[in-house]
Design a protein around this ligand. Structure first.
Ligand code: ADP
Ligand code: MG
Length: 697
């Protein structure tokens, strides 16, 4: 890196002017720890000042430029009263006022009889116009320094715009020259500026367009940010592949064939296509890292099972990781017996397997007597050893962190990894989260699925709902009844569910069951079993049933206080019904305090059952504040790209960056060339220092 002068940009933030003492931590929280972070803090607004001749032309609240003669000063007599400076535009007089002003300072700034240019915001109260604390005061001789607009930055209490401007202007003057990390052709093709030009321009916006991703300057920076992110992911993945070669899993096809003939249905074309992609990947000597995306009910499980059999055919073991106990049990129930018929030894391992039973499973995994293990986090714990793990399937991937996905490989095996998700995030964000993975999409649901009708109803009408439930039960329906989220607390959720349980028990007696997160595992199983196979027909539940549970006979889903759930969650819940051969009904009950966003969410649910559309709507509705809903979705935070306002531009730039990162990893995997060195610098600019350990720098 000797050619690249790094110091000025990576110097600590407090080397910029005005950032000291108590304000240091405020500034750091707002801008970041380094000088370059201040540069990446982009303006959010501009104030345009309109030149006017007469104060009468200004509306209240308008930002103006006006030339005046100073008439007189009236210092404040009390602290609470302002210091007033009377002036005239030639025809009309008005006041410039200051609170807590220092008299000598103002007398010097506004000498009586002088002509001045005032820039500021007009306040009009009744017929009186005032300008309080003008933004600038100039001599007419200095009119060439006149600013016609002011750039506004996102701020926090205790930090003024002026201070941020000053720090950033200083940072701008410290940008050294460095070689561009992007190919000249690439930059030209998109009409992008250099990084330096871009940074200078984004801090000097002239119109509101300049503040958005429609600006070429912002696009260039957003691309750089995406590229650094994607490159970081790819380098890490590539490093893993290099240091731990994967398995070539081909197998003869016997097990897969047997399973296919044992299945009561034929695979959809979409499933066949994805199976094909997976097989091709597994046959390659490097580890697969593939994400299956498919809406709820699209039939991901069987695809995963086929892949697992492929691994077993090839002489290896397979593991399937599920986020909840119930889901693991359910997979176990359908899978273990099914594969036993074709001679595959499968078992389940969750926190519930204890003592001798657990030891036995661990031994059998280590010795290779178990081919296929299904479980929760328990199977990625330290104690668990495989004889030879060939494939790890991660169901409902969005419930796990990236770390857990990598944890399996870090145990010393480098199995193929197949993650599955029911589109919890919109298409535009896929690459952001899974940029290092290949994606397969199951774009079609098994034929013959009947649509689910969704109704949005006021909770006031609970009695009607209960009456409706009675009728439905007489016709043989099974009903999920989901109780509200109360403050994200299991204990409170539970009490709401218990109340509803007691209430409905009075009406439906033993036909009602209750399942919640705090129940003992065996109790949960027993209730679920009664619901699936027995005489429980209404299952009251907290959201423990949310993920993946399959009860084909269930046709009705009732969700209380649906407005408290996120869209993705509602979609998942609704996906629990309509899995059999009867049409489903989903009833979303809302409480009194239905906010606008809450109403929009429920309307979205009523209007569409397309998981992609719902995810996009979710993103829009979550809006501003927590821009990407970073916490909920595990999204990495981006400083420049605004997914909410410009999903299309973001998505285009992100996929360009993904392609570019892949190309770079192929051609210059250790970032050794001069371009590579410049790219290492880019990684550093965006604070992706962890990726640096995979390069030669
Ligand atoms: P998800 O993608 O939500 O995980 P599942 O894998 O649980 O969906 O599948 C939902 C249901 O669809 C299951 O009952 C499964 O047996 C059934 N199924 C899967 N593939 C097909 C198919 N090709 N034809 C008919 N039914 C299928
Ligand atoms: Mg599933």
């Amino acid at each position: 890196m000797q050619n690249i002068p790094i110091h000025p940009l990576f110097a600590p933030l407090e080397t910029l002017p005005g950032i000291e003492g108590r304000r240091k931590s405020l500034f750091q929280r707002l801008l970041g720890a380094r000088v370059v972070d201040a540069l990446l803090h982009l303006p959010s607004n501009i104030i345009q000042y309109r030149p006017i001749q007469s104060i009468l032309q200004a509306e209240s609240g308008e930002n103006i430029i006006i030339e005046v003669d100073i008439l007189s000063h009236t210092p404040s007599i009390q602290r609470t009263k302002p210091y007033k400076i009377m002036c005239t535009d030639g025809r009309h007089t008005f006041e410039i006022i200051y609170f807590n002003a220092v008299k000598p300072y103002l007398q010097k700034l506004y000498p009586v009889g002088a002509r001045k240019i005032i820039i500021g915001k007009v306040d009009r109260y009744l017929s009186q116009a005032k300008i309080a604390h003008p933004d600038a005061v100039l001599d007419t001789a200095n009119a060439q320094h006149l600013i016609t607009h002011e750039v506004i930055y996102p701020l926090t209490t205790g930090v003024t715009n002026k201070c941020v401007q000053r720090a950033i202007n200083q940072a701008l003057s410290r940008i050294p020259n460095f070689p561009d990390w992007l190919d000249e052709a690439h930059v030209k093709q998109h009409g992008w500026p250099s990084w330096r030009e871009a940074i200078l321009a984004v801090h000097a916006p002239k119109t509101t367009i300049d503040l958005s991703l429609q600006s070429k300057f912002r696009q260039r920076l957003a691309f750089d940010e995406f590229l650094s992110h994607q490159l970081g992911l790819q380098l890490a993945r590539q490093h893993q592949v290099r240091t731990l070669p994967g398995l070539t899993q081909k197998g003869g096809g016997q097990l897969v064939q047997k399973l296919l003939s044992a299945l009561p249905f034929e695979l959809t074309d979409a499933q066949k296509h994805v199976v094909h992609e997976i097989f091709e990947d597994m046959a390659l000597p490097h580890p697969m890292s593939r994400l299956i995306q498919g809406d709820v009910g699209s039939g991901k499980t069987v695809v995963a099972l086929i892949a697992m059999l492929k691994a077993i055919e090839a002489g290896n073991q397979a593991a399937m990781l599920a986020p909840t106990d119930i889901l693991a049990r359910q997979h176990a129930e359908t899978i273990i017996d099914l594969v036993a018929q074709i001679g595959v030894r499968a078992a389940i391992l969750t926190a519930r397997e204890k003592g001798k039973a657990k030891t036995k499973i661990l031994d059998q995994l280590a010795s290779g007597e178990i081919d296929l293990i299904i479980g929760t986090h328990a199977i990625i714990q330290d104690k668990v050893e495989f004889k030879k793990l060939g494939l790890a399937v991660i169901d409902e991937q969005h419930r796990f962190g990236v770390e857990q996905r990598l944890q399996l490989s870090s145990k010393g095996y480098n199995p193929d990894v197949l993650a599955m998700t029911a589109t919890p995030i919109p298409r535009t964000l896929q690459l952001a989260n899974y940029g290092d993975m290949d994606v397969s999409i199951i774009a079609q649901k098994p034929a013959g699925r009947l649509p689910i009708q969704t109704k949005v109803i006021n909770l006031d009408r609970l009695e009607e709902i209960v009456e409706g439930a009675k009728r439905a039960l007489e016709e043989g329906a099974k009903i999920f009844w989901v109780c509200p989220l109360v403050k994200e607390s299991e204990a409170l959720d539970l009490s709401a569910a218990e109340d509803r349980f007691l209430h409905l028990q009075q009406i439906f007696e033993t036909r009602v069951g209750l399942v919640h997160g705090q129940m003992k595992a065996q109790e949960k199983d027993a209730v679920m079993d009664h619901f699936i196979n027995g005489n429980v027909d209404i299952l009251i539940a907290t959201t423990v049933i949310e993920v993946g549970v399959n009860v084909p006979a269930a046709t009705i889903m009732i969700i209380e206080h649906a407005e408290r759930f996120g869209l993705a969650q509602l979609h998942q819940l609704r996906g629990r019904i309509g899995r059999g051969d009867k049409p489903g009904t989903c009833i979303l009950l809302y409480g009194k305090q239905l906010s606008q966003v809450g109403r929009k969410r429920l309307e979205t649910m009523r209007e569409t059952s397309d998981g992609f559309k719902i995810a996009e709507a979710d993103l829009k509705l979550r809006g501003g504040g927590d821009v990407l809903g970073t916490r909920q979705s595990g999204m990495p935070g981006f400083k420049i790209a605004d997914f909410v306002e410009h999903p299309e531009i973001c998505s285009t730039l992100l996929s360009l960056a993904n392609k570019e990162a892949r190309r770079i990893c192929k051609e210059d995997p250790l970032l050794e060339t001069p371009k590579g060195q410049a790219l290492a610098f880019l990684l550093k600019l965006f604070g992706r220092d962890e990726a640096m350990k995979y390069t030669r720098s």
